[in-house]
Design a binder for this molecule. Structure first.
Ligand code: FES
Ligand code: FES
Length: 175
């Protein structure tokens, strides 16, 4: 056992675990961050995607020793802190989460956390609403519900500047 220190969703975190323990298990079992899902456990499905120093990685393939000193972001870290009680708690959601809700991009939801994290990395890198580029960005994330269209729509929506959306609304979608 060794002590590893890293930042998870902005909070300094320390665990005392074997160095080869998977980051996925540390997140889910040691830190109770169960938003990150396990699908294949072999680096094939992307369900376990988290951001490690801003880059999307498969948490099932990352030993905790490789995360020592790193900045880790999980799906729990996407939304802001809860707003005041009221009718619009979604106001604190990340733009991607709101877009997934608007387009129906979350179906069974198993792939959704990983999709969101890959998409967040794509947007953080300046990605836009181009479909081919979005498909590339989520190429490592499998959706067994086969509903990629709505997922891509959601990411494109989140990537579209607000001014463009407002113009589309005014022109009935022709701009
Ligand atoms: Fe990690 Fe499938 S569970 S890639
Ligand atoms: Fe079901 Fe993607 S929403 S696997």
């Amino acid at each position: 056992m060794s002590i590893y220190r890293f930042v998870v969703n902005g909070a300094e975190t320390e665990v005392d675990v074997p160095g080869m323990r998977r980051l996925l298990d540390v997140l889910r079992e040691d830190l109770a961050l169960t938003g990150t899902k396990e699908g294949c456990g072999e680096g094939e499905c992307g369900a376990c995607t988290v951001l490690l120093d801003g880059a999307p990685v498969d948490a099932c393939l990352v030993p905790i020793c490789q995360a020592d000193g790193a900045d880790v972001r999980t799906v729990e870290g996407l939304a802001g802190p809860p707003g005041p009680p009221g009718p619009a708690p979604e106001a604190t959601l990340d733009a991607l989460q709101t877009a997934f809700l608007q387009t129906g991009g979350a179906q069974c939801g198993i792939c959704t956390p990983g999709m969101l994290m890959s998409a967040r990395a794509y947007l953080d890198a300046g990605g836009g609403p181009d479909e081919d580029a979005i498909r590339d960005a989520i190429a490592g994330n499998l959706c067994r519900c086969t509903g990629y269209t709505k997922i891509i729509d959601a990411i494109a929506l989140a990537a579209t500047p607000a001014a463009t959306l407002a113009t589309r609304e005014r022109t009935g979608g022709t701009a």
